[in-house]
Design a protein around this ligand. Sequence first.
Ligand code: GDP
Ligand code: MG
Length: 162
Amino acid sequence: AQPVLAVVGRPNVGKSTLVNRILGRREAVVQDVPGVTRDRVAYDAYWSGRRFTLVDTGGWEPDATGLQAAVAAQAEMAMQTADAVLLVVDATVGATTTEETVARVLRRSKKPVLLAANKVDDDRLLADTASLWSLGLGEPHPVSALHGRSSGDLLDAVVAAL
Ligand code: GDP
Ligand code: MG
C-alpha cells in the first residue's frame, strides 16, 4: 500500500486549502482507508514520482473549550494510523498553546513529522515563521496554500520523509 500522510492542525489554519493545493487539478479520489472515520477524508496524491495517500482531518469542528484536547487526540490518531504527519500552523497567528500541546504529542512519534507554516502570502511574513522552530519539530516550511507559494518545497520534503 502507498504511504499515508495525515494533515493535522487547529481549525482554520488552512489544512483543507493545502490539501486541495497538493492535489492540484487532478481528480481527488476518496479512499477507503482503515481507521479513517467520516471526519477524515483520504485522497490519492502524487508528487515527484511518488504516490501517497493524503488524509485531511477536516470536517471535525470542536467547540473552543474542547479544542486543545481534540486537536491533541487528532494528532495522536494521525500518529498511529499514518506513516508521516504534517502539522499545519497559521503563521500569521504563530504557535498557540494548542500547537505546543500537539507538538509535545508529535515529538514522541517515531514517524516523520513535517511542519508547515501556512498563510505566508508574502515575504514580510517569512521572518515570523522562524519562531516555529520552538515547537521542536524541525524546520518550519513556509507556504501559502491559497496562492501556491512554496508548496513545491514542502512537497519535496514530504516525499523525502515518506
Ligand atoms: P482548515 O479548517 O484548517 O481546513 O482551514 P481551511 O482550508 O478551511 O481554511 C480556513 C481559511 O483560511 C479559509 O478562509 C482559507 O481561504 C484561508 N486560507 C487557507 N490558506 C491560506 C493562505 O495560504 N493564505 C491566506 N491568506 N488564507 C488562507
Ligand atoms: Mg478543513
